[in-house]
Design a protein around this ligand. Structure first.
Ligand SMILES: *Cc1c(COP(=O)(O)O)cnc(C)c1O
Length: 430
């Protein structure tokens, strides 16, 4: 095996050190395998209960009336997320779009949207109108209020109590930390917040941005009382096979509202051709529990490896996981760049290109990104990015298979090692 890694450009020092770190993670990895097993059974049961058959993979075109594959898939998602209904479509272009549909479909002029998990994900700022933008909710007279999480990352229940008013129509909770350094919320915590909001006014809708959180725990936010659970198919639930798409799982009432917004008033869920993507949607969901487990193992390996080498990692090596994102602070541009070069060099696609920092629209500093993906922009595939500004943190996620995630992390360390940016302790040393 060591020889195999040598042929992939991994030195003895890096291989030995990786082995040592991994030896201590066996117990954690067993727990992850158990969770994948639990979620795998959940997905299979959901497919069996919905009587998925080979006809479900047939393509449809035009209006897409009576599309059995599409309708059955939506039933499968509703089963998996423990909700009454779901909307799962290639016409939902990404996670941001799914969230924008969920919000705009269920809010009306004069209503207020309340985020109780602090500032929402960057792309939602324009959806809501926190940053003025064409077509934002603000333009349609929907106001916005926000309650930040407390210092320890928990919900500010008193703050929520004060913020709810007679116009509060929808509460948004973001499960994953996104590009912030707060901890990710657990489904149990989310459930407490939902119960609290409903105790103030039961008619307030609770929507969870579930991006990156699917299949990381045994329960999903639908089981914790969410009216809508929303995410992207080029993250966890697409299992790496879905070429695009998003989902909204929720109450029949909320999902119907979303369908009329996605297509058209009067048409709703009845239309929307599937363009032949059904097999990849089903098969991707089938693979999603083990793919997510691979990504989780990669995140935990990276956290422990780099923590041992003296870098700050969020979450830390021991922490419980509620999403698949790992942040590693390198403290220098060189470290961040070397890390991304290593991830790129381990990819099955575009491994020969070298990522370079560049000025991306919407960012106030240069950004470096590493991804060699089968699906463009897919972040359930092994990928990393980070802004070239202090603390020079790399945000790392994904890995369709554990061996690939492992190779990527070893390659990243190899790059840092070759550039003299890290000292690897001798065997047994700390
Ligand atoms: C990725 C992400 C989004 C947006 O999804 P896109 O598919 O990139 O549009 C929204 N919220 C969170 C927490 C995310 O991680």
């Amino acid at each position: 095996m060591i020889q195999n890694y040598e042929s992939m450009g991994i030195s003895r020092e890096v291989a030995d050190f990786s082995c040592m770190v991994l030896d201590e993670l066996k117990g954690r990895f067993e727990e992850i395998d158990e969770m994948a097993e639990y979620n795998q059974l959940k997905v299979i049961k959901a497919m069996q209960d919905a009587r998925v058959s080979a006809e479900c993979f047939e393509t449809s075109s035009g209006y897409g009336y009576n599309d059995r594959g599409r309708d059955t898939l939506e039933e499968v998602y509703a089963n998996v997320f423990h909700t009454e209904a779901a909307l799962v479509r290639p016409q939902i272009t990404c996670g941001t779009h799914a969230l924008a549909i969920a919000l705009s479909a269920n809010l009306r002029p004069g209503d207020e949207l309340l985020s109780v998990s602090g500032k929402p994900y960057d792309t939602l700022e324009e959806v809501i109108g926190i940053r003025p933008s064409r077509g934002s909710l603000a333009e349609y007279g929907v106001t916005y209020a926000q309650v930040d999480l407390l210092f320890d990352g928990s919900f500010d229940f008193e703050g929520i109590q004060r913020a709810v008013n007679s116009r509060t129509k929808l509460v948004e909770i973001q499960r994953s930390k996104g590009y912030q350094t707060r901890p990710t919320l657990s489904v149990a915590q989310i459930g407490e917040a939902i119960a609290f909001v409903k105790s103030i006014r039961p008619d307030i809708l609770c929507m969870v941005d579930n991006c990156y959180g699917e299949f990381v725990e045994c329960a999903e936010p639908g089981e914790a009382g969410a009216d809508m659970v929303v995410g992207s198919l080029i993250k966890n639930p697409g299992g790496g096979l879905a070429p695009a798409g998003g989902y909204i799982a929720g109450t029949m009432e909320c999902v119907e509202q979303c369908a009329f917004r996605l297509t058209s008033p009067g048409l709703g869920r009845e239309v929307g051709a599937n363009f032949g993507v059904m097999q990849s949607f089903y098969q991707g969901l089938f693979l999603a529990p083990t793919v997510t487990a691979s990504a989780l193992k990669g995140a935990i390996f990276a956290a422990n490896l780099y923590e041992r080498l003296g870098f700050k990692v969020v979450p830390n090596g021991m922490e419980e996981r509620h999403d698949i994102i790992q942040a590693i602070e390198f403290g220098s541009p060189g470290g961040l760049i070397a890390f991304c070069e290593g991830i790129q060099a381990a990819a099955p696609v575009d491994s020969y290109v070298k990522p370079e920092p560049w000025a991306m629209p919407g960012y106030d500093s240069d950004v470096i990104m590493a991804a060699g993906a089968f699906v463009q922009g897919s972040s359930i595939e092994l990928s990393a990015d980070g802004p070239l500004k202090p603390p020079y943190a790399a945000y790392f996620q994904g890995g369709l298979t554990w061996p690939h995630a492992k190779l990527g992390i070893m390659k990243s360390l190899q790059r840092l090692y070759e550039k003299g940016l890290v000292r690897i302790p001798a065997k047994g040393g700390r």
